[in-house]
Design a protein around this ligand. Structure first.
Ligand SMILES: C[S@@+](CC[C@H](N)C(=O)[O-])C[C@H]1O[C@@H](n2cnc3c(N)ncnc32)[C@H](O)[C@@H]1O
Length: 276
């Protein structure tokens, strides 16, 4: 049977849309009290979550991203109405990027306006990358893509309906904060920024760099989840370092295609690590 998966309204580096069949097949099949996803990105895994999870707690370090997901849940039409009036030109893109860069976490602003700008920049910026300069300003250039207003409206509505059904708790912050309340029997899907397969594969697509040091800290954190009796599934790149880091757990190698960080598509291996 061919299952039709929901696509996110965002393009995201490392987005898991294409891997959903493999990924969801690895998810636990029994009833689980709470699903956790602390590296939410485009939200596409949450948007296709099977029905055996009673509650969901999700988050990301990128607070503007989380505000965008929350706003889509509450009022997708309001977001679309704003987008609908914007011309798809380089000048307007640059203007919105300047506005976006003036938003700071503790400012008072309209979350729907921020969400509209976030989605616009994501869909019309180069490869949907979230690339920042040293001062933390988004500097992704204009991508010269079509903005498919009607497709976006459809996607926002579908995702909003899913979010209202799942009613996730959205948290802005680092993964250890998002996972603070995990309890024995809960399930966590971890999709951190991957350890680069080689130095030239390193690219800035997110808010922070997540290098070998951060992956070692994450492994220690995963060990504490394991000791607590929390089930976890983790995605990462297939490298000698990641395999060494997780050698005490079950590791599966999978073939996939990355399209966002390399010029030509080629099969690259990833790993899935789990403790159940
Ligand atoms: C590989 S992407 C997740 C992609 C997502 N699974 C999807 O399908 O779209 C990794 C995400 O981790 C977030 N991130 C980076 N460092 C983080 C941290 N320390 N805590 C929580 N989230 C973090 C990034 O903002 C990015 O959205």
């Amino acid at each position: 049977m061919n299952i039709k998966y929901t696509r996110s309204f965002l393009k995201w580096a490392g987005g898991k849309y294409k891997l959903l069949p493999i990924l969801l097949d690895e998810f636990p099949k029994e009833n689980i009290e709470t699903y956790y996803e602390p590296f939410l990105g485009s939200g596409v895994v949450l948007q296709n979550l099977p029905s055996n999870f009673k509650n969901c707690v999700v988050g990301d370090l990128n607070s503007k991203l989380i505000i965008t997901h929350q706003s889509v849940k509450i009022d997708p039409l309001r977001i679309h109405e704003e987008l609908n009036d914007w011309p798809n030109t380089q000048a307007h893109y640059n203007h919105l990027r300047n506005v976006f860069n003036t938003y700071h976490q503790n400012d008072k602003y309209c979350p729907f306006h921020l969400a509209s700008i976030f989605i616009w920049l994501n869909r019309t910026g180069f490869h949907g990358l979230y690339r920042q300069n040293r001062d933390g300003k988004l500097n992704t250039s204009y991508g010269h893509y079509k903005f498919k207003y009607l497709d976006i409206l459809k996607s926002l509505n579908i995702v909003s309906t899913k979010y209202n059904r799942l009613n996730p708790q959205f948290i802005c912050g680092p993964y250890d904060k998002i996972l603070e309340s995990t309890q024995s029997g809960d399930f966590v899907y971890l999709d951190p920024p991957y350890l680069p397969r080689n130095s030239t594969a390193n690219f800035t697509a997110y808010l922070t760099t997540f290098g070998y040091r951060e992956h070692k800290i994450l492994r220690t954190f995963v060990d504490t989840l394991n000791k607590k009796g929390v089930k976890f599934l983790l995605s990462n790149s297939y490298t000698p370092e990641t395999i060494e880091l997780y050698k005490e757990y079950e590791i599966k190698a999978i073939d996939t295609k990355h399209t966002i960080n390399i010029k030509t598509n080629r099969n690259v291996k990833e790993i899935l690590v789990k403790n159940y």
